[in-house]
Write a protein that binds this ligand. Structure first.
Ligand code: NDP
Length: 448
């Protein structure tokens, strides 16, 4: 069985790859298991050096990797370059973390008590198609730093950057078997990793629906799981905010990556007293989003990932459309940047669209803003725009979400924790926090 990889901007075939099945998955797990004892025993300083070398190789091959990602996902090259820059930063960060992730000594009677951070063993990493290499690195970095070996399953639609990374891993001197990349279906390779008795943990990013199934299936072997799932984040604009700045930034908080972003601030909550003025500014700013050829340095928004996904996104747009942008004609899975006026009860405000569609929703006061922001099963990300510092902190504490920004829409950094509340999942990626979910604490008491 083979899989055809397509460029979503041109609909052209860019690769034809063999698909792994259950046997190949078992073989990859066996390779990772065999490689584990030696990798765990690599001296911390040497493991750090190997990860550092990988980070440097990603930098040296940055343009090549960015082009692979841009062609395979249809994302603008400028965004792809930034993502690959982050991949290198993530490996640099976890290279530095290897020797800083240590245990404690705990006062006890009659002896000494120490804790060790032990690796888990073989971990399965399952990632989606929207930020293929970026999200892979968020899992690979801490997994390898802690001394685990991995089997990485990229999304079926976007395996190319992970395959190239696997070559760079070997070039960096990381031993064979430590990182194994498998191209194959989620329902086959992914499902086998989840049930495999020799896989100690699954690090998953994807939809809440698949995440729920993984959590259930992992129960069979009491596997550890971290789940980074969907979102329906609120961008909350108060009447005292810098409206021009908030409106200039808001389109990129939802139309970046054509809205295929779990952090997309796709519910724009605006205080009623400034709603009309803000809507006017937002339409102007959205008109300026440059949609077109992803290979062009100036392009800000590309196509969606597939024809099927475009149909799903289109099914959400049937209400009060405030603005709908232009798209290129010809091939490609294009969808216009779209602003819709809605209430928080509408489907557009309840479900994750994962496309360039934002819902504008009015609110009355601070309490109403918090109520509406929290009135969702999700809790991943969000923003608060206000000039009142105390209000910013009050509202930030009151919103049930894992990652927030004030007077900004940026919330993902290699050194800070990222992850969800509620049905957006659990566990934290990035920063030192991610090391917790790729290691186990062992407590040892020594009688003296
Ligand atoms: P899916 O959940 O469909 O797929 C994610 C990954 O899981 C893919 O590699 C997929 O493989 C695999 N998979 C599918 N079925 C199974 C299964 N039964 N067992 C194990 N693995 C499986 O999500 P999408 O790829 O469609 O990505 C979009 C979704 O991901 C959105 O809902 C978005 O919110 C969420 N997401 C969340 C992020 C976060 O950090 N919270 C970040 C990015 C996306 P295959 O491709 O072969 O089907």
């Amino acid at each position: 069985m083979s899989v055809t990889v397509v460029n979503p901007a041109t609909e052209e075939r860019i690769a034809e790859l063999e698909q792994a099945g259950v046997d190949e998955t078992d073989a990859a797990v066996a390779r990772a298991k065999e490689a584990f004892p030696a990798w765990r025993d690599v001296a911390p300083n040497d493991r750090a050096r190997l990860l550092r070398r990988l980070a440097t190789l990603v930098e040296e091959h940055g343009e090549e990797l960015a082009r692979i990602e841009s062609q395979n996902v249809g994302k603008p090259i400028s965004g792809a370059r930034a993502e690959i820059g982050m991949v290198a930063n993530v490996f640099h960060f976890y290279a530095g973390a290897v020797e800083k992730h240590y245990g404690e000594t705990i006062p006890v009677a009659g002896g000494v008590d120490v804790t060790f951070r032990e690796p888990l063993g073989v971990v399965g990493l399952i990632v989606p198609w929207n930020f293929p290499l970026n999200i892979s690195s968020w899992k690979l970095g801490p997994a390898l730093a802690c001394g685990n070996t991995v089997v990485l399953k990229p999304a079926e639609l976007t395996p190319l950057s992970a395959l190239r990374l696997a070559e760079l891993v070997l070039e960096a001197g990381i031993p064979e078997g430590v990182v194994n990349v498998l191209v194959g279906k989620g329902s086959v390779v992914g499902a086998r990793l989840v049930e495999h008795p020799d896989v100690a943990k699954i690090g998953f990013t994807g939809s809440t629906e698949v995440g729920r199934g993984i959590m259930q299936a992992a129960a069979g072997t009491i596997k550890r799981v971290t789940l980074e799932l969907g979102g329906k984040s609120a961008n909350v604009i108060f009447e005292d905010a810098d409206l021009e700045a908030a409106a200039a930034s808001a389109p990129y908080a939802v139309f970046d990556n054509a809205g295929q972003d779990c952090c997309a601030r796709s519910r724009i909550l605006v205080q009623r007293s400034v709603y009309d003025r803000f809507a006017e500014l937002l339409v102007e700013a959205t008109r300026d989003v440059r949609v077109g050829d992803p290979a062009d340095d100036a392009t800000e928004m590309g196509p969606l990932i597939s024809a099927q996904h475009r149909e799903t996104v289109a099914s959400f747009v049937n209400g009060d459309v405030l603005f709908s942008g232009e798209t290129p004609s010809g091939p490609g899975y294009w969808f216009p940047a779209t602003l819709v006026e809605a209430s928080n009860e509408d489907r557009i405000a309840r479900e994750e669209v994962f496309g360039p569609v934002a819902a504008l929703i009015p609110f009355e006061d601070e309490a109403d803003a918090v109520r509406q922001a929290n009135d969702t099963p999700y809790g991943l990300s969000g923003s608060i725009w206000t000039r009142d510092g105390a209000r910013a902190l009050r509202v930030a504490r009151a919103i049930d979400t894992g990652v927030l920004s004030v007077n900004s829409n940026s919330s993902v950094r290699h050194s800070t924790p990222f992850g969800g509340f509620k049905q957006s999942g659990f566990g934290r990626e990035l920063g030192m926090h991610a090391l917790e979910s790729y290691s186990e604490i062992k407590n040892v008491y020594i009688a003296t």
